[in-house]
Design a protein around this ligand. Structure first.
Ligand SMILES: [Zn+2]
Length: 218
């Protein structure tokens, strides 16, 4: 086939699309950086990881989050806090792309697929894909909550679970009472039997599509 024929162009486009689809590692490792060993977001973070492993198990996909490695008072925390503030003050809704500046080595040198910073700052919680990295790696920032919700483990574990949902490939949905809501109505949302806000059928289908694929290709 002559290169440049319409058919060749279509095939090329399909190949590029295929190459662009992220492929997750079956075991996704997590490092949690905490300001102190008694941080009240640590146990909720573990609960959020357990929640996701239960859901992934139910879905029958070959993916698992490993037991989080907790690093207390890390020497790189200050640099990560600075980077977190930079990202949070830019357009957080925009995905990282080809023009995204490289994250600091202090972040990328950490040995984990998902780096969770339990921040000292009262900034927006977010999940940020590290640019040009395959398999995907994510920087998850969990805000220091001040005000009436401070120390509320229920809020913390939902924030962490929601952000880990993004790191597993989920987007927001329009249902305001679900885990991956955006926008949300948290005051009237009710957890289901899992103790967490529910996933939608769309969330489950996407998780199967993203994480079930590698199981069949191995
Ligand atoms: Zn979100």
């Amino acid at each position: 086939m002559r290169l440049g024929s319409p058919r060749a162009i279509v095939l090329t486009a399909v190949l590029i699309l295929w190459a662009a689809l992220p492929v997750w590692a079956a075991d996704t490792s997590i490092v949690v950086l905490a300001p102190t060993a008694t941080d009240d977001r640590l146990e909720p973070s573990r609960q959020a990881v357990a929640f996701w492993n239960d859901r992934l198990d139910e879905l029958g996909v070959d993916a698992e989050l490993t037991e989080p490695v907790v690093v207390v008072d890390s020497p790189v925390a200050r640099e990560l806090e600075n980077y977190a503030r930079q990202v949070a003050t830019r357009a957080v809704g925009l995905p990282g792309g080809a023009f995204e500046p490289a994250p600091p080595a202090a972040l990328t040198d950490l040995d984990g697929d998902i780096i969770v910073l339990l921040s000292r700052q009262d900034i927006m919680s977010f999940t940020w894909p590290m640019p040009r990295v395959s398999p995907p790696r994510y920087f998850v920032v969990v805000r220091a909550v001040r005000g009436p919700y401070r120390n509320d483990a229920m809020v913390s574990r939902h924030v962490v679970a929601h952000e880990l949902g993004h790191a597993l490939g989920l987007d927001h949905n329009a249902e305001p009472h679900t885990l991956m809501c955006g926008p949300c109505q948290p005051l009237t949302a009710v957890p289901d039997a899992t103790g967490f806000l529910p996933l939608t059928d769309g969330d489950r289908a996407r998780l199967r599509g993203l994480h079930g694929r590698q199981a069949s290709s191995r």
